[in-house]
Design a protein around this ligand. Sequence first.
Ligand code: GRF
Length: 202
Amino acid sequence: MTTSLNKSKPKLGILISGRGSNMQAIATAINNKALHASITVVVANTAKAVGIEIAQGMGLTTTVITRKQFATQNDFESAMLAALQNAGVDCVILAGYNRILGQMILNAYPNRILNIHPSLLPKYGGKGMVGMAVHEAVLDAGEAESGCTVHLVNAVIDGGEILAQHRVPVLEGDTSLALAKRVLQAEHMLYPAVIADYCKML
Ligand code: GRF
């Protein structure tokens, strides 16, 4: 009989563009055995991504693949896909990745790409809704709560199936920075937990 204990670990490929704190939370969950998976590659689309150093410090394999290295978007996507496939990746985790994934990668990993977004989707998602713009829009609208959403990735920006959300309150006198910090703490709890559940179904 096959049990979850002897099932092979799903291989994750994490795509980042910046600070990498969600990547770090996922790697920490794996180290703490809260998440039964392995990270076989961390790919950044800019050498400036601080997360690359964090990943290396945690002993993870990293690679930097930038759009500028290639003549066409297609060539860039092919290189990204090759990096994921060469690392045997089963599931792609977007963790602060700032480019829209093209059809080549979407087709290669149907229902196997996850993203985290710092709002309660479908609110405050879509084109341009990134970083502090999200939290500013939440505050401008006078929302009483915000949060984060983990969803499957498809061709619609922030439009794939929602897997889970974590709500946080908007507090009296909140600045966008304070709200961003509260939401990010929620992200670090939600993302590893959702990936753990997701991996159990693979
Ligand atoms: C997070 O707020 C996430 O919701 C969004 O990008 C940010 C990435 O932060 N998609 P980090 O690089 O994981 O620290």
